[in-house]
Write a protein that binds this ligand. Structure first.
Ligand code: ADP
Length: 393
C-alpha cells in the first residue's frame, strides 16, 4: 500500500483533484482530474493515466443537481474503487479566504472550521464550497488530517498601505481591507524563481497570473508587497468574465437608476463582463485571438491595456522593476497578450525576443532588455501538497 495525499481545489462549478505520494517530495501527481459542470451537468474527467476512466454508467447515476459535498463523496468512492494500491493519508485544500489571521496553512479542527465559517461573508461565492468539501471528507473519514491552504496568506506580508482602502476606520476595523488572492500561484512562482532567475528573484519582481481569473503581484525578496486583487477576486485586471476595477459609482447607478438588484449586479460583474462582456463572443482568450470580429479584438486590446496600466502602478510599490513573470493559462500560452502588454512597457526598458516569445520560452526578454521577462507554468497543487507533507511529517 502506498500512502497518498489528496489535493482538492473546489471552485464555483468545478472541483480539481489530484493524488500525490505522501512519502516523497515529487511534484508529479499519480492521478489527477476534475469534476466539471457542478450544478448543471456534472462530469468526471480523469486527466492522467489511462487506467482511471469513469464508466458511462457511473456518470449516468450522478444527479444534475449534485452538490459539491455529494460529488466529493462520489470522488472518495471512486478513489476507493479504482486505486486499490493507495491508502489515503491526508487531504490538502485550496481555501479562498484566510482573512487577516491565517498567514500560513493550518490543520483543520472544529475550532478552525468555526473560524473559517466566519469568513464565508468575505467570499460568499467560493468559501462555502471549500468548506462543504472539507466537511464531507471529515464525515466520511473522521480523523483524517485535512490542511487548509489559503489564497490570501501569501499577501499578509504586504505593508499596511497596500492593504488599506480609503474608507472610514470603522470599515477597516470590520475587515474591509485589500486581502489579495492567487496566493498559492504566487507562492509557487516565488519558490521556483531562484532556479530560473538566480539572484534577480530577490529583487523587484512582478508576477502576472493571467488566467480566467487574472491578477498581478509585486514582490521584493520573494514576498508580496502589493497586488491588483483586493477585498474580493473582482478588483484589478479585466478577466474572462469579471470586470476588474470599476468605479464604485457604476454599481450605485445600476442599483439606483437602472433598478438592478444585488443578484443582478453580482451576475453582471462576475459572469457577464470581462472578455465575454466586451467581445460579446467568449470569455476564452484563445477563441478571441482566433476571431476577426472587431469586438473580439477590442476585448483583447482592453485586457492588455488594463494589464499594462495596472502593472505600471504596481511598479511604484517596489520602486522599479527587475523581472516580470507571466503565468497561468493566458500568461503561459498567449504570445500575443505578452507582446501587447510588453510593448506598453518599453519606457521601463522591457524588450522581448520575438522568437522566444512565440515559443513560450522560459526567458523571453532579449539581451537589451533592462527587465528580465520569464514565462513560468504555475503549480498551485504543488504548494498545497508540500504544506500537507510538512503538516503530517
Ligand atoms: P483558470 O483561472 O480557470 O484556472 P487558466 O489558467 O486555465 O484559467 O486559463 C484559461 C485561459 O487561458 C483561457 O482564457 C484560455 O483561452 C487561455 N489560453 C489557454 N491556452 C491558450 C493559448 N494557446 N492562447 C491563448 N490563450 C490561451
Amino acid at each position: 500500500m502506498m500512502d497518498v495525499i489528496l489535493v482538492m481545489n473546489a471552485g464555483s462549478s468545478s472541483i480539481k483533484f489530484a493524488l500525490y505520494p505522501a512519502d516523497s517530495d515529487t511534484r508529479m501527481a499519480l492521478v489527477q482530474g476534475k469534476i466539471a459542470g457542478i450544478g448543471s451537468a456534472p462530469d468526471f474527467i480523469i486527466s492522467k493515466s489511462g487506467e482511471y476512466h469513469l464508466h458511462e454508467d457511473e456518470l449516468e447515476s450522478i444527479e444534475a443537481s449534485a452538490t459539491h459535498a455529494e460529488l466529493t463523496i462520489r470522488l472518495l468512492d471512486w478513489i476507493q474503487a479504482h486505486t486499490a494500491g493507495f491508502s489515503l493519508r491526508a487531504v490538502g485544500h485550496r481555501v479562498v479566504h484566510g482573512g487577516r489571521s491565517f498567514a500560513a496553512p493550518v490543520v483543520i479542527d472544529p475550532d478552525i472550521m468555526n473560524e473559517l465559517e466566519t469568513l464565508v461573508s468575505l467570499a460568499p461565492l467560493h468559501q462555502p464550497n471549500n468548506l462543504a468539501v472539507c466537511q464531507a471528507i471529515a464525515r466520511r473519514h473522521p480523523g483524517l488530517p485535512q490542511v487548509a491552504c489559503f489564497d490570501t496568506s501569501f499577501h499578509r506580508t504586504q505593508p499596511r498601505l497596500s492593504q488599506l482602502f480609503a474608507l472610514p476606520r470603522a470599515m477597516t476595523d470590520a475587515g474591509i481591507i485589500r486581502y489579495g488572492f492567487h496566493g498559492l500561484s504566487y507562492e509557487y512562482i516565488a519558490s521556483i524563481l531562484p532556479e530560473i532567475a538566480g539572484s534577480v528573484a530577490e529583487q523587484r519582481v512582478i508576477v502576472a497570473h493571467l488566467g480566467n481569473g487574472s491578477s498581478m503581484c509585486a514582490m521584493k525578496n520573494r514576498q508580496s508587497v502589493a497586488s491588483t486583487m483586493g477585498f474580493t477576486a473582482l478588483e484589478g485586471l479585466m478577466m474572462g468574465r469579471r470586470c476588474g476595477t470599476l468605479d464604485a459609482g457604476v454599481v450605485l447607478h445600476m442599483m439606483e437608476q437602472m433598478g438592478m438588484n444585488s443578484q443582478e449586479v453580482t451576475d453582471l460583474l462576475y459572469r457577464q463582463s470581462g472578455l465575454l462582456g466586451v467581445s460579446g463572443i467568449s470569455n476564452d482568450m484563445h477563441v478571441l485571438e482566433g476571431s476577426s470580429d472587431p469586438h473580439a479584438r477590442e476585448a483583447v486590446n482592453l485586457y492588455c491595456h488594463r494589464a499594462a496600466t495596472q502593472l505600471a502602478s504596481l511598479v511604484c510599490t517596489i520602486d522599479g522593476l527587475d523581472a516580470l513573470v507571466f503565468t497561468a493559462g493566458i500568461g503561459e500560452n498567449s504570445a500575443l497578450v505578452r507582446r501587447k502588454i510588453c510593448e506598453k512597457l518599453s519606457w521601463l526598458g522591457v524588450s522581448l525576443d520575438g522568437d522566444d516569445n512565440e515559443a513560450n520560452a522560459t526567458q523571453i526578454s532579449d539581451d537589451a532588455s533592462s527587465v528580465r521577462v520569464h514565462v513560468i507554468p504555475t503549480d498551485e497543487e504543488a504548494v498545497i501538497v508540500k504544506a500537507v507533507r510538512e503538516a503530517i511529517d
